[in-house]
Design a binder for this molecule. Structure first.
Ligand code: COI
Length: 355
């Protein structure tokens, strides 16, 4: 694949910050690697492609994205194999989804040679930042925002595309206690729920805070029309194992087409587990929990990987899920993905891109 034809001006840092990072105690999203990629879209084309030391961007207070939220992002990960190779997990899937988000938000597409090719350049420079510990990875944050200095509501003519990276450990350190949300919604049909745009996350904060005040870690979002069907959980796709079947809401205009979600589906099918992608009613899940047929429930996402739920709360009743064992589906699939992504097992699906 032609991923590296664009030339990046590279300016290396004179002072690496890597020695300041405690790699044995990585907090998610707080340490940033030495370099970042910046490309600017202007006059109908991408240019000024640079890889420069990580640092502040200088922006006008009138920058359009800060007012109307014309901004999108991705979450991706790179891993280190036992022989020191850097492996990017399914980068083309993130690149494609990024451009679908861009289309929905009226933004220009980012070419593959900038998104994937530029990212590879960046990772070559910062390969020492890819951690090697169990459960650790380099989280990659590509994003784009409207950069016009203008406060009328219109699609911007200028954009910044930026990638920075952070060495991370687990997003959730223990099984997650979730509550089925029946008042607030994450996204509605025909809205922007399938796009990875900033507003989806900003709007989720208040209902999540209310749930946290009631002792839950996260929400299970339900559909906007009736609150009868499960959509996502927090910032993750959601999956259930009921009667030995892997069941997950089908993607729609209000549900993100998660890369981890589709990887888990592929692994489930490879293991000959019946997989169902369809509407999933809250009633079905709660009935299964009551009858002891809900073997497991978990969130799936790049940051959270596979995050099992310990409890699901619905209408003021907490339903405890079975204790996890090494045979539980979420435990097995997480382990399978971790080995594949770190090059410790064969990449049977061809998902890894060597940097
Ligand atoms: C991811 O899983 O990568 C996400 O984008 C969620 C994030 C908001 C931490």
């Amino acid at each position: 694949m032609a991923t590296e034809t664009t030339t990046f001006e590279i300016r290396k840092t004179q002072h690496s910050r890597i020695a300041e990072v405690d790699f044995s105690n990585l907090v998610f999203g707080r340490s940033f690697s030495d370099h970042m990629l910046v490309s600017i879209y202007k006059d109908g084309q991408w240019g000024q492609n640079q890889i420069i030391p990580y640092g502040n961007l200088s922006l006008s207070p009138a920058t359009a994205a800060l007012h109307y939220g014309q901004t999108i992002f991705e979450g991706m990960k790179a891993y280190k194999s036992p022989d020191g190779e850097v492996l990017l997990f399914r980068p083309f899937d993130n690149w494609k989804r990024f451009n679908l988000s861009a289309q929905r938000m009226c933004m220009p597409a980012v070419p593959e040679e900038i998104f994937v090719g530029g990212l590879q350049e960046l990772l070559r420079l910062d390969s020492d930042w890819v951690p090697e510990g169990a459960g650790q990875s380099l989280y990659i944050r590509p994003y784009m925002f409207a950069a016009d200095e203008y406060i009328g509501v219109k699609a911007s003519d200028t954009y910044y595309f930026v990638i920075f990276t952070c060495p991370v450990g687990n997003y959730y350190s223990k099984p997650v206690k979730v509550k089925v949300e029946k008042e607030y919604i994450r996204a509605a049909e025909g809205g922007v729920g399938a796009a990875k745009c900033g507003g989806n996350y900003g709007g989720s904060l208040y209902p999540a805070r209310l749930a946290q005040q009631q002792g839950y870690d996260q929400l299970i979002w339900t559909d906007a029309k009736e609150h009868l069907y499960v959509e996502e959980s927090g910032t993750m796709n959601v999956m259930f194992v009921i009667d030995g079947r892997l069941i997950t809401p089908a993607v729609s205009s209000s549900i993100l087409d998660g890369v981890t979600r589709k990887s888990i589906i592929a692994v489930g099918e490879y293991w000959n587990i019946p997989v169902e992608q369809r509407r999933v009613s809250v009633d079905e899940v709660i009935e299964a929990a009551k009858e002891g047929r809900l073997d497991a429930a978990f969130g799936a996402g790049t940051a959270a990987v596979v995050s099992p739920f310990s409890h699901i709360a619905y209408e003021d009743v907490d339903y405890a899920l079975p204790e996890l064992t090494e045979n539980s589906f979420p435990v097995r699939v997480k382990d399978f993905l971790e080995k594949l992504r770190t090059g410790r097992s064969e990449d049977i699906f061809g998902w890894n891109l060597k940097v």
